[in-house]
Design a protein around this ligand. Structure first.
Ligand code: A2P
Length: 323
């Protein structure tokens, strides 16, 4: 099992969650079974991952058979960029709930700070020139009010943000009636996000790390968009290998432990049963302060960022592009 982090709204978030981005339905259903068997109770998805229904099928099986109770689960999903408008928040949350077969989610996040226009059911609508169809009128304060209304309606227990930068979070905090209790961002040994994490600690926002192992699986997104990009190999980094050898752990366990020891949650994604189990087994050892310091030195600052959304052509033209 995994330890818990207390969110400001009162809920407890298991520190290791099961990441589900970029897994096909069949692969994911088998992997989620393995994850639940291994003891994962925190599951991270998003409307745009287009896998909520597959997750819902597995959850229904587990809930209906009584193998797990709803209150033992911590389910996270996210408002898509095409939903970044106060009039559309409820609609997309209800669709996600319908897909998942749930009455509420434990955490609903605004997935990204930039908005897209709706174009039918396209999750990533594009113009004829291939540019992403931006809605440049995105207003975080109004969107946040609609997010708060979902808590009032009982559809989301907690609400939070993802991929927002410090000044964007500050703006939301200034007008929030229910402050964001979680921020999900890219975070790993090469991109440790110290300033952002310190800011969140100061404001009682629990940080959750996505791409905690370096997310090499997402390289194909950039390939498809014709963008050449180096993907760092965290799992074979000599320092990580050296520390792994010293503790008798795998490189992935060292990378995850390094994050979790900072009071940060992480959502490693895997479809392999052994690695799924391995990624949860990080509570039976502690990195010494010396080893933490040497792993801290792997940080490359903003150069360490992998996911910058450039696979959405023209994304930097949005006034709320965060990076
Ligand atoms: P796989 O699904 O074959 O296990 P991230 O969570 O940073 O996005 O990284 C996910 C990638 O890391 C996936 O390609 C996944 O592959 C791989 N991965 C997940 N867990 C481990 C692990 N314990 N050891 C090695 N690779 C892993």
């Amino acid at each position: 099992m995994t330890s818990l982090l207390k969110l400001s709204a009162g809920a407890s978030m298991p520190v290791i969650g099961f990441g589900t981005w970029q897994a096909s339905d069949a692969e994911l259903e088998a992997a989620l079974e393995a994850a639940l068997e291994a003891g994962y109770r925190h599951i991270d998805t998003a409307y745009v991952y287009e896998n909520e229904a597959a997750i819902g099928r597995v959850l229904a099986k587990w809930l209906n058979s009584g193998k797990v109770k709803r209150e033992e689960l911590f389910i996270v999903t996210k408002l898509p960029p095409a939903g970044n408008h106060p009039d559309r928040v409820e609609k997309y949350l209800k669709r996600s709930l319908d897909n998942l077969g749930l009455d509420y989610v434990d955490l609903y996040l605004v997935h990204v700070p930039f908005g897209f226009l709706e174009k039918g059911e396209d999750i990533h609508p594009v113009e004829s020139d291939g540019n992403i169809l931006l809605d440049k009128s995105t207003n975080h304060i109004n969107i946040w009010k609609a997010m708060e209304a979902q808590v009032d309606a009982g559809l989301a227990k907690s609400i939070g943000l993802s991929n927002f930068n410090i000044s964007q979070i500050k703006r939301v905090l200034q007008s929030a009636r229910i402050p964001p209790s979680n921020l999900q961002v890219e975070l790993h040994a090469f991109f440790q996000q110290k300033e952002l994490v310190d800011f969140c600690k100061e404001h009682n926002i629990i940080v959750c790390a996505y791409a905690p192992l370096g997310s090499r699986g997402t390289a194909k997104l950039y390939e498809r968009a014709g963008i050449s990009k180096d993907f760092p190999d965290l799992l074979n980094n000599p320092k990580v290998l050296e520390v792994a050898e010293k503790y008798g752990k795998t490189p992935a366990q060292i990378l995850l432990r390094h994050i979790v020891q900072r009071g940060i949650a992480a959502i490693p994604k895997s479809t392999n049963p052994d690695r799924i189990q391995q990624n949860l087994q990080i509570h039976d050892f502690e990195l010494s302060s010396e080893d933490v310091v040497s792993l801290n030195k792997l940080d490359q600052g903003s150069d360490g960022r992998i996911l910058d959304f450039r696979f959405f052509k023209g994304i930097k033209n949005h006034p709320e592009y965060p990076f």
